[in-house]
Design a binder for this molecule. Structure first.
Ligand code: GLU
Length: 304
């Protein structure tokens, strides 16, 4: 399979078409990003890397980081995490409050904001310094010690973080947040603010295509069962309220973020990361969705 040629063909085709949608505005810093940025990178489980466009520009991975907090909590606490949250798609917006009332403060899954807040709380109880140790976890997987939180994105999100503040306090009222809400929110905003390039993102998530093992150097991060379940959650819940559409059109487990990134894994083969900041109505990258759909159609490779 000539991945480089396929990436370039689809890239130029999509770049010629219209760039619909709008950058996220509810986090003021994200609205300042150049909407024409567009990068793609694919890393195979044999560590071959192929890229096109703005593949070495850093961008805010936002919700994509929720998969990494989930993996660390899963690694540390095993199946007991499922007492605190579920693994069903919510069918509502990523920041919705509505189901928490009937579900008694148990979020539907770890990839919506409510669930990610509970995962942050689990990590804060499990670790001495969750912010530092989570960052170290990401740096280790990525093999890159320069990865960091972005303070200006954190501040920007905090300045308008009313819904997340409400979510955290509401969950705490049911007893499902054990730490101080301000502290949990600070960690949540920080983990969402991590900046990676497409190249780094496809390298970082490669272990999910590789049976839970990081490749360089080889190291197990999750058990095969945990990897199966993490990928299943990405498949069913990773693209907000558009996860079914993503499964239908792309056919790979994936996760998107409001920074315009989408990462997808083809177990046993590769991890692919796409970044284009303009989002469709469901909050997913317009060009990112198009690119991945074309990619799995042209290569005739998907999990289905
Ligand atoms: N930090 C963002 C928020 O809480 C993440 C949203 C996303 O990327 O879906 O609103």
């Amino acid at each position: 399979m000539n991945y480089q040629k396929i990436l370039e063909t689809i890239y130029s085709q999509i770049k010629e078409g219209e760039n619909q949608g709008a950058t996220a505005t509810y986090i003021p810093e994200l609205s300042k990003v150049d909407p024409e940025k567009f990068g793609v990178n694919l890393t195979t489980v044999n560590n071959q890397s192929f890229g096109v466009g703005d593949t070495r520009d850093k961008f805010s991975i936002q919700s994509i980081a929720k998969v990494l907090t989930l993996c660390l909590a899963y690694q540390l606490r095993g199946e007991s995490i499922w007492k605190r949250l579920g693994y069903e798609p919510s069918g509502t917006a990523f920041n919705s409050l509505v189901q928490l009332e009937s579900d008694q403060g148990i979020p539907r899954n770890p990839l919506i904001n409510a669930g990610a807040l509970v995962i942050c709380d689990i990590l804060m109880s499990a670790l001495g310094d969750a912010r530092e140790e989570f960052l170290q976890f990401v740096r280790d997987i990525a093999g890159n010690a320069s990865i960091s939180y972005s303070e200006h994105i954190v501040e920007s999100e905090k300045s308008a973080g009313f819904v997340n503040i409400a979510l955290c306090n509401y969950i705490k009222s049911f007893g499902n947040i054990h730490n101080d809400c301000d502290d949990v929110l600070d960690f949540y905003f920080k983990m969402c603010s991590i900046e990676l390039t497409c190249e780094e993102l496809s390298q970082t998530f490669l272990f999910l295509a590789n049976g839970g093992r990081k490749t360089l150097p080889s190291k197990p991060l999750l058990t095969p069962s945990q990897v199966k379940r993490t990928n299943a959650i990405m498949q069913t819940c990773g693209l907000y309220d558009e996860s079914g559409d993503f499964a239908f059109r792309v056919g790979l487990p994936g996760k998107s973020g409001v920074g315009g990134g989408i990462v997808a894994v083809y177990p046993g083969h590769y991890c692919i990361a796409v970044w284009s900041p303009k989002l469709n109505k469901k909050g997913n990258s317009y060009r990112g969705m198009k690119f991945l759909e074309e990619f799995t159609t042209l290569t005739e490779m998907s999990i289905f």
